[in-house]
Write a protein that binds this ligand. Structure first.
Ligand code: TMP
Ligand code: ASP
Length: 243
């Protein structure tokens, strides 16, 4: 059966999701919109959608080869990806290897401090509430996942961290931290979903010492550093083995 485009199911800040004629597959369109601070800051950046779509596709393929289940099925064109239809768990799962961002704003840890263990944190995915960090007790109280799902999610997130850290290290990039979303596909399997790109990871260039110049992720936009497309392009070039 040939794949046919259906109606829009959902529009997020950086992506649109469309149904298809296959009940277990959806199409994701990566937009050029860049947002930060819960969309208080917004801009359109030419080429960002295409870069994130290609980078995400390469990462999902790499993870699949390593046996890490994810929603990726194929790339349709520059900004369109075919993925499994997934019921997203409303949690942002963050893994940190090095202190940066909100961890430095909310604790005395300094930017760049190497954490003694990967720090796994759950945030409640709710724009109206500003995606708050959850305590263990609040996570239990909200009853969004079972105890077994929680341990499966933690195991999967740490496996993704190991794979990604190695992958990026091979490209002379340091994986500072990243955010994952997970969900259940039509076979009720837990899979990594959404995207994995410089919008959702912090990546520092090992070839560069300068604290700002080394940033190859969305912090360039958050901190008004400019050069976002060039940074994402550099990440993609290294993934393709061109740089
Ligand atoms: P944070 O330091 O701002 O909490 O971000 C941790 C990681 O999660 C970082 O790699 C950026 C990513 N992230 C998202 O992908 N989406 C978000 O909405 C936020 C706040 C962070
Ligand atoms: N993605 C979030 C937003 O659009 C925040 C961020 O990535 O900093 O607001």
């Amino acid at each position: 059966m040939e794949l046919q485009h259906g109606p829009l199911l959902y529009e997020g800040k950086a992506k649109k999701v469309f149904s298809t004629n296959k009940s277990d597959q959806v199409l994701v369109h990566f937009k050029n919109d860049a947002t930060a601070f819960n969309a208080l800051k917004h801009s359109e950046i030419d080429g960002k959608g295409s870069l994130n779509c290609q980078i995400s596709a390469a990462i999902f393929e790499m993870l699949k080869k390593q046996g890490i289940p994810n929603h990726f099925l194929g790339i349709e064109n520059e900004t369109w990806m075919l993925v499994q239809k997934v019921e997203i768990i409303p949690l942002e799962i963050v893994v940190r290897n090095i202190a940066s961002g909100s961890l430095c704003r909310e604790t005395p840890l300094k930017n760049g401090f190497l954490l003694p263990f990967p720090l796994l944190e759950f945030y409640f995915k709710d724009d109206a509430l500003g995606d708050p960090l959850l305590t263990e007790a609040r996570l239990k109280l909200l009853d969004l996942i079972t105890t077994q799902q929680k341990s499966e999610i933690e195991k999967l997130a740490l496996a993704v961290n190991d794979s990604l850290k190695n992958f990026f290290q091979g490209l002379e990039l340091t994986l500072v931290d990243f955010k994952l979303e997970m969900g259940l596909n039509c076979a009720s399997e837990l899979v990594v979903a959404d995207e994995i790109s410089p919008d959702t990871c912090r990546l520092w260039d090992n070839r560069c010492e300068d604290e700002n110049q080394r940033i190859l992720d969305k912090d360039r936009f958050r901190k008004d550093l400019g050069g976002l497309t060039e940074a994402y392009n550099e990440v993609l070039s290294r993934i393709k083995g061109l740089s």
